[in-house]
Design a protein around this ligand. Structure first.
Ligand code: ADP
Ligand code: MG
Ligand code: ZN
Length: 465
């Protein structure tokens, strides 16, 4: 009988605040070790935490954008454990009274979203360990899913969409390399229809590739154990990117008893309904809604629409091109194919693109009005991407305008030949003076702008004489 994987993700997202959750230290990444610390985040005795209002606002944004119910009253608790990068000896986190519960992304339900502070970072070099406390006290939301995920693909899709939503709403910068977004993957297997199996939890996975690899490894490992008659130990495991394997970190027996209790230094977090409603009104259109709108209003394929909403910047760029060009489908193709290719080649961010939406819109208009041909347009685009010049200027400079673009003239000549079949037949039968008539038709077809010499030679070539 076949096995079914059951997966639940716990996603930790750094909130994009300028300062830490309980003190005024900066949260910026990459500063020299231990330069962004104070008595509060260093856990000095007697130092008192003061909750960062912006962190609460961002956590509420995350909750609303994932369809959760925000609770007007939640409690900060102390989660007690000893670790070198946790100077207070406890982490302030929400436990039995989280900020929000009961939302979802697609068909994956979200159990809860709670706020907490991040710990510092231990850095191991040879047989020496260092501690950097710059990260200690960085505000986080933990977003816990129900075990609704069934494969590495689904986990990837869920995390992709969740990351998009957090970035669209400016809750989190989504930077997995810098650790702004990381996740723990809980994995078990069972025969379909059976109760949940024993799970293992793979800690701190910080890339999509690692997530897929860690899940697939766990599924294979657990399958091999159960098929050979063994049992799964509930434990925390670590993923090793070098080997693609997971290995045990600590088992349930050695699991901590965190002795949670409400933090006596922090009053219950009370958020007024009016504030929650105000935040709800400021949430931008979310990616899946946007993708549906593009498919519906612009007649784009689901694949195109989805590709254009991967970031808010890209979606906004696309919409601006769609409007400037008046041709959303062409805008979608140009953005997806040419713009993304060039940005990728230039390793540039869309915000830094030399080609503005207005320029690309203008280029599409030049094509649609027949001013330049498709091949020339690609050349103009590449030139825009380098020089940042307007397409009109490039067309002019490179002589690609209507009069001298053989592509346009050839297309027009084909239309003239098609429309004047009788005259063409007579011309081919020997009535040479009809050539002048056909050239005249071609000039008319191009509104008199075709280069006469080219019109002549192209027409002669197509007429085969
Ligand atoms: P803990 O805090 O000990 O990690 P939680 O109850 O908060 O425990 O659950 C953590 C995650 O584990 C959730 O995302 C949940 O969906 C997932 N989970 C729970 N049971 C299973 C299971 N049997 N298999 C896979 N995932 C599970
Ligand atoms: Mg857990
Ligand atoms: Zn501080």
């Amino acid at each position: 009988m076949s096995w079914e994987a059951v997966i639940g993700l716990e996603v930790h997202a750094h909130l994009s605040t300028a300062t830490k959750i309980f003190c005024g230290c900066p949260t910026s990444f990459g500063a020299a070790p231990n330069t962004q610390v104070c008595p509060v985040c260093l856990g000095y005795p007697g130092a008192l935490p003061v909750l960062n209002r912006r962190a609460v606002e961002l956590a509420i944004r995350a909750a609303i954008a994932t369809g959760c119910t925000v609770h007007e009253r939640s409690i900060f608790a102390r989660k007690n454990y000893f670790y070198p990068d946790l100077p207070k000896g406890y982490q302030i986190s929400q436990f039995d009274r989280p900020l929000a519960t009961g939302g979802g992304i697609g068909r994956v339900r979200i159990l809860r979203i709670h706020m907490e502070e991040d710990a510092g970072k231990s850095i191991h070099r040879g047989d020496v360990s260092h501690v950097d406390l710059n990260r200690a006290g960085t505000p986080l939301v933990e977003i816990v899913s129900e075990p609704d995920i069934r494969s590495a693909d689904e986990a990837d899709a869920y995390l992709t969409r969740l990351r998009q939503v957090l970035m669209y709403t400016d809750v989190c910068d989504g930077n997995m390399e810098e650790g702004s977004l990381r996740c723990d993957a809980n994995v078990s297997i069972r025969h379909p229809g059976d109760p949940l199996g024993t799970r293992t939890e793979v800690k701190n996975v910080n890339s999509f590739r690692y997530l897929r690899s860690a899940i697939d490894f766990e599924i294979a490992r657990q399958t091999a154990i159960l098929e050979s008659g063994g049992v799964i130990t509930q434990e925390t495991r670590l993923y090793d990117p070098a080997t693609g394997e997971t290995r045990p970190m600590r088992s349930k027996e050695e699991a901590h008893d965190y002795r949670y209790f409400p933090d006596p230094d922090l009053p219950p977090l009370v958020v007024e309904r009016a504030w929650i409603d105000e935040i709800a009104r400021s949430i931008p259109e979310l990616p899946h809604i946007r993708a549906e709108r593009y498919a519906r209003d612009f007649a784009l394929s689901a694949v195109d629409a989805e590709a254009l909403v991967t970031s808010r910047q890209l979606a906004e760029y696309f919409e601006a091109v769609a409007h400037a060009s008046g041709n959303p489908r062409a805008a979608a193709n140009w953005v997806r194919n040419e713009l993304l290719r060039v940005l990728n080649e230039q390793k540039a961010d869309i915000a830094a693109s030399r080609v503005t939406p207005a320029m690309l819109g203008n280029l599409i208009r030049l094509i649609d009005t027949g001013a330049i041909g498709g091949k020339s347009a690609k050349a103009v685009f590449d030139e825009m991407a380098v020089s940042g010049d307007d397409p009109d200027a490039i067309v002019e400079r490179q002589g690609l305008s209507q009069i001298s673009d053989p592509e346009i003239i050839r297309d027009a000549a084909r239309r003239v030949i098609e429309r004047n079949a009788a005259q063409v037949e007579q011309y081919r039968a020997g009535k040479a003076q009809l050539f002048g008539f056909l050239v005249g038709q071609l000039m008319k077809e191009t509104r008199g702008k075709a280069n006469a010499g080219m019109a002549n030679s192209i027409l002669r070539e197509l007429l085969g004489g």
